[in-house]
Design a protein around this ligand. Structure first.
Ligand SMILES: [Zn+2]
Length: 259
């Protein structure tokens, strides 16, 4: 086992409160392009013109046609990858409690995590502009745009558009989780965009070990994070999960004398 993976496994085994902060990098292996950076959606669209709430309200059919429908086609088909599944396995093992995510794809919930804080809301759901009724995006018929609710109201993604606020409850809860955790896994994000950027800082200042899992060093590396396990999210999580499963099997054999 990689030395840093072994170090992470060791720390995770003995921690009582573990949180994960995830970003676009964890969903790339599920075929979801990032918004920012190379190959990102914002290379093709100006987000202020197409992903701003004012743009949506001014012409919902247009925003549905050029942005929302494309996202729906991608996200409807996407399945959790080993990165998401690894975090779900960590929760099932009683190690991880909360996932804080910048993603809107709903893949953490699909993988099985039950406490997911979504800074940017969820694209897995659409919400009626008129009656607030929510409908699963996968069940929305997008053959006529914009799709409408049974009441006749226009459906909008239940995600945060530019020009809208981060849901305050998501912000408060994530700050609380970051302050309480003993280990924070930062996966697939360089966490340079607020409010995500604050979470590893709060965790570190509160005494947590911040373990970064990213393909390349980021501005967090060695400054905010204690160390970087360099690699793809899925591969690194597979290593951590199998390390935990083998050490758990050993402790169940009676080598662990902790109360
Ligand atoms: Zn409605």
């Amino acid at each position: 086992m990689d030395a840093l993976v072994a170090r992470a496994v060791d720390r995770l085994r003995s921690a009582r409160h573990v949180a994960a902060l995830t970003g676009a990098g964890i969903s790339i292996e599920s075929g979801i392009p990032p918004f920012r950076g190379k190959g990102g959606l914002w290379e093709r669209f100006d987000p202020m013109e197409i992903a701003h709430i004012d743009a949506f309200l001014a012409d919902p059919a247009l925003v549905w046609r050029v942005l929302v429908k494309e996202l729906k086609d991608i996200i409807d088909r996407a399945q959790p990858n080993d990165g998401h599944k690894g975090l779900a396995r960590l929760e099932a093992m009683g190690i991880l409690q909360t996932v804080i995510t910048q993603n809107i794809d709903g893949l953490h919930q699909l993988a099985g995590n039950t406490d997911v804080i979504e800074f940017h809301g969820s694209f897995a759901w659409q919400r009626c502009l008129q009656c607030d009724q929510r409908v699963e995006t996968r069940k929305v018929d997008a053959s006529v745009l914009p799709p409408r609710c049974r009441c006749g109201g226009i459906l909008r993604p239940d995600a945060v558009f530019f020009g809208e606020m981060i849901p305050p409850a998501a912000l408060w809860r994530s700050q609380e989780v970051a302050a309480r955790c003993e280990v924070m896994l930062v996966i697939g994000t360089s966490a340079i965009v607020q409010p995500a950027a604050s979470m590893p800082i709060i965790a570190r200042q509160s005494g947590a070990v911040v373990i970064e899992i990213n393909p390349e060093p980021t501005p967090l590396t060695g400054v905010i994070s204690n160390y970087l396990i360099q690699g793809k999210a899925g591969e690194v999580m597979n290593g951590i999960v199998s390390g935990l499963e083998s050490t758990t099997a050993r402790t169940e054999g009676g080598l662990d004398f902790r109360p």
